[in-house]
Design a protein around this ligand. Structure first.
Ligand code: HEM
Length: 361
């Protein structure tokens, strides 16, 4: 039962956010209270954005200040050592270019996830390791579709006719090449929803993964699923006035607050639900595991050279330690050791032998 508690708690939190914001926005629309809509659609997003920026900077500074006295890069190949042993340039990079190459393959293609294996106990009992490709496929689909959706949204933040707007429009036409329905289906939105759902199902159906899943694993997935679902619903089912959305967003960016209340009232409630959930996600990122987007670049297991066999690294904090060697120990206790019948490396010196009987007396 305990393993389900995290999921139930996350469902309650995300469900509360969805119902709460939809209810508030719907009520505000019904009573024509623009203040509540501005709170959900302007004030909360602005605060969330500020929290995101400050939170990310603080987290990166915190990581940057952590001392890394030892080279602890992970190797997945032969490290550079003697000249006649062939080193693996990308799996144990020993030059800066090699590190950049390995990092690029990690960030762009999730290379280490590609080599993910799964252990299973078969009849016998026999331990079997198999290649697990699906996590890599869904993770890749999830991240690339998220990036595409994110970039496409810049059409709301850029003035029509600008270069940035034209570039986003080109991406949008590529994304909507299927030309299904009106407004056209944008593939990345559906891929995002599907991949996030598959990542959630993996957590639920795989007993080992379910056992280690916590609220902080379910919550972001459920939140992203809700954001994608609300976006798709808004585009295809519960439509909102897109021109009014853009008007409101550009007024907010230009800090031109005149007449904002009327602009807010012209937009349907679904937009406020969507943007509120996005704001929660933004503010949550700096304190969550989603910070891996910045953390990967600061990870000493990935950004250091794998040259520990090539050079001897000495901890710069080493200080002279007072040691008590075995030789000293034996010198101190030789007499007692011989008395107790213990073997000694050096026999008693004559002087010690001569002095010993006197000491005994
Ligand atoms: C984490 C960030 C966000 C994600 C993942 C996201 C996701 C989505 C998705 C999947 C859609 C469905 C249509 C499509 O694929 O484009 C959508 C639509 C929409 N989103 Fe977002 N969204 C995000 C942020 C925002 C923000 C900041 C705004 C504020 C302007 C916004 C406003 C809209 C609107 C107005 C639509 C309807 C688009 C249309 O009808 O063409 N979204 N969103």
């Amino acid at each position: 039962m305990n393993v389900w508690i995290s999921l139930i708690a996350s469902l309650i939190v995300v469900g509360g956010l969805v119902v709460g914001s939809a209810g508030l926005a719907g009520l505000a629309q019904y009573t024509q209270t623009s203040g509540v809509l501005l709170l959900l659609g302007v004030v909360v997003p602005m605060l969330a954005f500020a929290t995101f920026i400050v939170g990310v900077i603080l987290q990166v500074v915190k990581w940057g200040r952590r001392p890394v006295p030892f080279p602890i890069a992970t190797v997945a190949g032969q490290g550079k050592t003697l000249p006649w042993i062939k080193a693996d340039y990308f799996d144990a990079p020993y030059t800066k270019l090699g590190v950049v190459g390995r990092m690029a393959m990690e960030v762009l293609f999730f290379r280490s996830l590609f080599r993910n294996t799964k252990m299973e106990l078969h009849q016998g009992p026999k331990v079997v390791y198999g290649w697990q490709m699906w996590l890599w496929v869904f993770a890749l689909a999830f991240h690339y579709s998220f990036l595409t959706v994110f970039i496409r949204h810049f059409r709301f933040f850029t003035e029509d006719g600008t270069v940035a707007f034209q570039a986003v429009k080109i991406l949008e036409s590529l994304d909507g090449f299927l030309q299904l329905g009106l407004p056209g289906v944008l593939i990345s939105g559906f891929v995002l929803l599907g991949a996030a759902t598959m990542l959630l199902l993996r957590r639920l159906t795989n007993a080992q993964v379910r056992y280690v899943s916590l609220l902080q694993d379910y919550f972001p997935l459920l939140l992203i699923i809700s954001i994608a679902a609300s976006g798709i619903l808004m585009r295809h089912v519960i439509k909102v006035d897109i021109v009014a959305v853009k008007d409101l967003i550009l007024s907010m960016l230009n800090l031109n607050f005149a007449g904002m209340g009327d602009k807010a009232l012209a937009i349907g409630w679904m937009f406020y639900l969507h943007i509120f959930l996005v704001s929660v996600l933004l503010a949550y990122i700096p304190v969550s595991k989603l910070m891996h987007m910045g953390g990967i670049f600061l990870s000493p297991t990935r950004n250091l050279l794998c040259n520990t066999r090539e050079f001897r690294h000495i901890n710069p904090w080493n200080y002279p330690v007072k040691v008590h060697t075995y030789e000293h120990y034996e010198d101190e206790f030789r007499e007692k050791m011989i008395e107790a019948g213990l073997p000694v490396d050096k026999p008693m010196s004559e002087t010690q032998e001569a002095a010993a009987p006197e000491e005994k007396e």
